[in-house]
Ligand binder design. Structure first.
Ligand SMILES: [Zn+2]
Length: 71
């Protein structure tokens, strides 16, 4: 196994841990349970932010909702 592959495996493992943690808390892993995404990120030199409903959970922020949308 090369170092690059090892890195990708590690990153995939971290992602799985993230998914499981979000599942236990019933939070959407895409928006961390907030139900929306802010763009650009807070801190940019822009006087306002755009807020989008999360496509993964349709703005609800729950993991179970996300599951039902992936059929
Ligand atoms: Zn979401």
């Amino acid at each position: 196994m090369g170092i690059i592959q090892a890195f990708f495996n590690w990153r995939e493992g971290k992602y799985q841990e993230h998914l499981e943690a979000m599942y236990e808390e019933d939070k959407c892993p895409q928006c961390h349970g907030k139900g929306y995404h802010v763009y650009p990120p807070v801190g940019e030199f822009i006087p306002y932010n755009h807020i989008f409903d999360c496509a993964g959970c349709e703005g609800l922020g729950s993991y179970s909702k996300r599951d039902s949308t992936i059929v």
